[in-house]
Ligand binder design. Structure first.
Ligand SMILES: [Zn+2]
Length: 280
């Protein structure tokens, strides 16, 4: 197995929305914000080679929307999607499997690109099967007012129209050493990959634990659809991760790439924070 982590881009969101009910007096001690209360989030993707599969986890925002759309996203830094793949030695055509944790625009947008004809779209990874949970697909295509801004037609329907969509119904092993946990609190059908690499187990925590500052059970995003489910799902994952010494890999933490866990009087917390290269 080969494994790579790269940051597609950083973007900014409201810090209050990102920390839900936690007062700024508390979250601002652990996560930096600017004068507009915005915080910078990364968009780390993972590339994993297992047997003949080259799997890409999540694809960032992509670039299909107009300037007005991206004015509210505040993209900054990062390596880019296609450029990040190239740095690690891959072309878009090499990717056999695109694993989408869910269909919110910052996670799946880069999977579909503009076609040559105006108004037409095509897959950015033409040889890949696109994996989405059935629960998330069914939820996203019927859309809802609450997540309307996050589900964009042009990110979603070109996947099914291409015939490359694979719907995952159950938790368990998808590829050898690559298992999936399915969650419902952030959005129904959020998939969390759990990957065995050498003697380690890595959890790509996605939007279940977006940053190291979101490890405490009630430090959750107000974007979550059902916050009580998020708490239960985090607790289950964190207890297993502590017991089995898993390493958490953060998609959205601007600073912290990875950590392991320890028990404290306040509950499970990050023990050591370190860069991904330390795992390799
Ligand atoms: Zn999300």
């Amino acid at each position: 197995m080969k494994i790579h982590l790269f940051n597609i881009a950083n973007f900014k969101v409201d810090g209050g929305a990102m920390f839900g009910v936690i007062p700024k007096a508390l979250w601002s001690r652990v996560y930096k914000s600017d004068s507009n209360n915005l915080i910078n989030l990364s968009l780390r993707s993972m590339i994993i080679e297992i047997d003949k599969h080259i799997i890409l986890i999540d694809t960032g925002w992509g670039d299909k929307q107009d300037e007005k759309f991206f004015r509210h996203v505040y993209l900054n830094g990062g390596e880019g999607l296609i450029e990040g793949l190239a740095i690690n030695g891959y072309k878009p055509e090499d990717i056999t499997d695109v694993f989408l944790t869910h269909l919110h625009a910052d996670h799946c947008g880069g999977g579909v690109k503009k076609g040559n004809t105006e108004g037409k779209f095509e897959l950015a990874f033409p040889n890949a099967t696109y994996h989405v949970s059935k629960a998330q697909w069914d939820w996203a295509v019927k859309n809802n007012l609450r997540e309307e801004d996050a589900y964009l037609e042009e990110n979603i329907f070109p996947i099914s129209e291409s015939g490359h969509l694979s719907l995952i119904e159950d938790e368990g092993e998808l590829f050898p050493g690559f298992s999936v946990m399915i969650c419902y609190g952030h959005t129904p059908g959020l998939m969390i990959p759990i990957i065995k690499y050498k003697d380690k187990t890595l959890v790509y925590t996605g939007d279940l634990i977006p940053t190291a500052s979101h490890i405490p059970l009630i430090w959750n995003m107000s974007y979550d659809i059902e916050s009580l489910k998020t708490i239960d799902e985090k607790q289950k994952l964190l207890e297993e991760a502590l017991a089995k010494n898993y390493i958490l890999v953060f998609q959205h933490d601007e600073v912290v790439e990875c950590c392991n866990l320890g028990m404290t009087p306040k509950g499970i917390r990050a023990k050591e924070k370190f860069g991904f290269s330390k795992i390799l």
